[in-house]
Design a protein around this ligand. Structure first.
Ligand code: IMP
Ligand code: MG
Length: 174
């Protein structure tokens, strides 16, 4: 298939969104330590830019989530194929995700981390596709809200391609 990419958010839009999110996080946490948990792989670029804007003391860690079963699987059918190396009990945690789509991945990761009794747990997502939600979950810090459409770039892939693009594009057939 020949893919056509249409630019949706450019570097300036992204920089602005990241600064705003970091500002909101600063307002909530001030000088408190935050453990940032990036969900691999899609959020790696967002995480790296976001952290450069956060002035609080931070700890950085990563998880990788795999879902098995059907697309309509419940959040119980997601597991971590790469777990945290950080103890999060009693600490402030912010999960950093690229896209909230059905919400299944994020809800599952949230529940796994909540079971470890963090002091607080927030969700920071670059893009929220609200209309496609299948489980109840909200981002506490959201960069962009879009209706639908498949996006790539800025860490986000289609079949592992396009992660290196510095802007966010909608994929269109053509
Ligand atoms: P959810 O479990 O349905 O919320 O799936 C979220 C994950 O699906 C995201 O973290 C992405 O990895 C992937 N995903 C959802 N929408 C898109 C998209 O438009 N482009 C690329 N990946 C997507
Ligand atoms: Mg992802």
């Amino acid at each position: 298939m020949a893919e056509k990419l249409r630019k949706l958010f450019d570097e300036g839009d992204i920089r602005e969104a990241v600064k705003r999110l970091a500002g909101d996080i600063a307002r909530d946490f001030d000088e408190e330590e935050i453990v940032f948990v990036s969900i691999l792989k899609g959020s790696f670029m967002f995480m790296s830019d976001l952290l450069r804007e956060v002035k609080s003391p931070v700890v950085v860690d990563f998880v990788r989530a795999a879902s098995y079963g059907s697309a309509t699987a419940t959040s119980g059918q997601v597991s971590l194929t790469k777990d945290l190396e950080t103890e999060i009990a009693g600490r402030n945690v912010i999960i950093v995700e690229d896209i909230i789509d059905s919400g299944l991945t994020l809800a599952a990761v949230r529940d796994i981390l909540l079971a470890r009794r963090p002091r607080s747990l927030k969700i920071c997502a670059l893009v929220d596709k609200k209309a496609r939600r299948e489980v109840e979950i909200e981002g506490d810090y959201v960069g962009f809200t879009i209706d639908d459409g498949f996006i790539v770039g800025y860490g986000i892939d289609y079949a592992e391609r396009f992660r290196n693009l510095p802007a966010i594009f909608v994929m269109e057939e053509g």
